[in-house]
Design a protein around this ligand. Structure first.
Ligand SMILES: *Cc1c(COP(=O)(O)O)cnc(C)c1O
Length: 358
């Protein structure tokens, strides 16, 4: 038996969460976002579970090529587009779709001589996020440049929201949507705007393609709604076991810096799992953990390979007892919030040494 920590990926949860996307956006095609190794779930593993999506989106061209070579026939979109001329031949050869968000990319496209194919592009409009995309003023010229380019096939218009997750983001979304619609109107081109939060909160943004990421993995993008309330199932469960038990006397400290001190006699479980596995080092004492399926709390400082949990009131817990760090029974959102971050970061930060099982 090896070190007991592992990430269990629930493929049926991914499939279920895709069906939740469809429930919210029944008239849109789904571009499943599988960037960052499918938010830590594994690119090909996630793609197989999400194979009914009409498209996949990511940033890494090597991942896109791997997906195509694995036999997926649907659209595969590069969310940051390409960075150098050489990539265009790959984009053509593997029939990838690319975002176009700045003038240098337009210039490279104009200089590209295709070998018989055409490149499908998502023309990105900056409607207020101020990260990627053409301004409203630049947009028409960019679109005309693409339309005049014989190397270009399908053009889709796209933007991204900056405040779709916030409960008071309505005005910001309305403003971005209005700017988008003002230039998209009458162009008769497919459009794509919504990430997970917008899919859940703003049906008026769904358009032709929605781009869900985090909700597919069963975490909530909305601070005021839990994944449970949204009927999203956790796709990743990090489980481990207790590998040692310490009986503390009142006044004893635990771990580096003795960050926790017992104020009474108590039992502490030492869990195989630390920041070198991807558990957030900044998770403070009190962060929830499941032991034997029951909620308890983290105590002391997270080590590279271990962490400590309070076994008070869990009399039946001992060496070998199962521990859940997040996933089924303990939402990754709750752990993330306690650690001062978001589920996205925890899911993406799984360490390479973490065994992944399905
Ligand atoms: C990551 C990303 C998404 C998915 O966002 P979620 O919040 O995970 O749903 C959608 N669109 C773009 C452009 C992205 O970069």
């Amino acid at each position: 038996m090896s070190r007991p920590i592992q990430a269990l990926i629930d493929l049926s949860a991914l499939e279920h969460n895709l069906s939740v996307v469809r429930r919210y956006a029944p008239r849109s095609r789904v571009m499943a976002v599988i960037k960052a190794d499918a938010y830590g779930h594994g690119l090909l593993r996630a793609a197989e579970a999400l194979k009914r999506a009409e498209g996949f989106a990511m940033l890494e061209i090597d991942a896109a090529v791997r997906l195509r070579e694995a036999g997926y026939r649907q659209a595969i979109l590069l969310l940051e587009g390409f960075f150098a001329m050489e990539e265009l031949a790959w984009i053509e050869q593997y029939h990838l779709s690319t975002v176009v968000h700045h003038h240098e990319q337009l210039a490279m496209l104009s200089a590209y001589r295709p070998r018989g194919g055409r490149l499908d592009v998502f023309l990105k409009l900056n409607t207020g996020m101020n990260r990627l995309g053409f301004t409203l003023e630049q947009f028409s010229a960019a679109l005309e440049t693409l339309k005049a380019n014989p190397a270009i096939g399908q053009i889709t218009l796209m933007t991204h929201f900056s405040r779709a997750d916030e409960s008071d983001g309505n005005e910001s979304i309305a403003a971005q949507l209005q700017r988008f619609n003002a230039v998209a109107k009458g162009r008769n081109l497919p459009c794509s705007l919504a990430n997970s939060a917008a899919i859940l909160r703003y049906p008026e943004t769904h358009a032709d393609w929605v781009r869900p990421g985090i909700m597919l993995y069963g975490a909530s993008p909305l601070p005021d709604k839990t994944a449970d309330e949204l009927d999203l199932h956790p796709a990743m469960t990090i489980s481990s076991r207790i590998i040692a038990v310490q009986a503390l006397k009142s006044g004893d400290g635990v771990g580096y810096g003795h960050m926790f001190r017992a104020d009474r006699p108590m039992r502490v479980g030492i869990v195989a799992g630390g920041y070198a596995d991807g558990y957030p080092r900044h998770a403070p004492a009190g962060t929830p953990v499941l032991v034997n399926g029951r909620r308890t709390r983290l105590i002391g400082r997270i080590s590279m390979d271990m962490l400590h949990v309070d076994l008070s009131g869990i009399e039946d817990a001992g060496i070998g007892s199962p521990v859940t760090l997040w996933g089924k029974g303990l939402s990754v959102d709750e752990v993330a919030q306690s650690a001062g971050t978001v589920s996205y970061e925890l899911l993406c930060a799984l360490a390479p040494r973490m065994p992944i099982v399905t």
